[in-house]
Design a binder for this molecule. Sequence first.
Ligand SMILES: *Cc1c(COP(=O)(O)O)cnc(C)c1O
Length: 411
Amino acid sequence: MALVNEHFLKLPGSYLFAEIARKVKAYKISHRNADVISLGIGDVTQPLCPAVIEAMHKATDEMAQKSCFRGYGPEQGYDFLRDAILKNEFAPRGIRLNRDEIFINDGAKSDTGNIQELLRWDNTIGLTDPVYPVYIDSNVMAGRAGTLENGRWSDIVYIPCTAENDFVPQIPQQRPVDVVYLCYPNNPTGTVISKKELKRWVDYALKNDVLILYDAAYQAYITDPEIPHSIYEIKGAKKCAIEFHSFSKTAGFTGVRCGYTVVPKELTISTLDGESVELNPLWNRRQCTKFNGTSYISQRAAEAIYTPEGRRQVQQTIGYYMQNAQKMLSTLQSLGFRVYGGENAPYIWMKTPDGCSSWEFFDALLFGAQVVCTPGVGFGPSGEGYVRFTAFGTKEKTDEALERIAKWSNK
Ligand SMILES: *Cc1c(COP(=O)(O)O)cnc(C)c1O
C-alpha cells in the first residue's frame, strides 16, 4: 500500500497570498471601476537589461549549430559562470573560494529547501520571525516542525525581530538550535545585519556546532559599505555556513531562473557518533543525482551581468527600485508612519498605526486608497501589527499609490 508523507497534511493552505487575492477580487466585484495598485507582490517589474538579452540571443544561436550545440551541462554549472562569480562577487571582498565550492542552480528557493536533504530529520531549526515562508514550509514537509499551534510550529525555534529589538536577531537562549536560517538583507522586513552582529552568530555557530543557512538573495541592494554582502566576510564562516545567492532580484531573473549555492570545503557537520563529515562532496553527490544543471542560455545570461555594460545596466535597474523605496520611506515617514528597511533592501516594513492588526490595516488601505500591501502576520507571529510594501513596482504606480495613501491618511 502506498503511504503518503503525512507531514504534507499538516501544512495549512498557502493562506497569505490566496487570502490577499480573494480580498482584492471581492473588492473589485463590489467596486467595479476601482483601479487597485498592488505594492504587495515580491516580483520584479522591469525587463531584463540589454546585455543579458544579447547574451541570451547569442547562446540561443549557438544552440542552433551542430558545432556549438550544448546538451546536458555539468550539474555544478559551467566554469565560465562559476569563475565570473568568484572573480566578481567574492574576490573583491577578500573572500577566497574555489570553483568547486560554487554550485549553480535554478534559483535560491529550490536550494534553500533542497539543502535539507543533507540534514537529519531531527535537527532543531531556528528561524528569524517574521520570515520567508519557504524555510518553514520546506521543514514542515521534512517532518522537522512538529505541530502548528496558534500560528507557531511546536518544534521550530522562533527568533523575534521587531522594532523593540531593532530587528537584530538574538542568539536563542531558552532552547539550543542545530541549524539556523538567516536572510540579510531581510525579506520581509528590509532590514540588514551589521558585521558585528553577524560575527556573534558565526562565533556562536562555531562554538556550538550549529549550521547557518545564509540567504543573500538581496545582497545587490546593499548601499551602506559597512554592511556585509556575504557571510564569508566574517572570519570562520566557511567552517559553519552555506550561502544562497540568486540572480532573481539582482538582475530580474525571476522568470529566467538562475542562482547559486556556496558550500565551502572547510564546512563539516557531525554524525550521531561525533564523526565530522564534509558537506561539499555530499552536496555535489546530491546535485549530480537529482539535478541536471540550469540551462546553458540562463547561465550565459547570468554571466553577462558581470560585463562592464551588464554591471552598469543592472545597477541602473536596482537604482530605479531603490528610488521607489526612498520615496516610499520619505512619504510614509512624513505622514507619521513608523517605517523600517528600504535603505539596503527593496522592502519597506511599516508598523500599523493605533494598534491596528496587520489584516485590519490591509482592509483599511484597500478600501480607503485602493492600495494592496502584504499583512506582516502572514510572515510569522512577530509580523503581527506590521505590513510590507515592495519597491519592485513601476515608478508611476508607486508614485500614484503614495499619493493615494497621503490623501487617505490626511482625511
Ligand atoms: C526572492 C527570494 C529568493 C530568490 O528565489 P529564486 O528562487 O532565486 O527566485 C530567495 N530568498 C528570498 C528570501 C527571496 O525573497
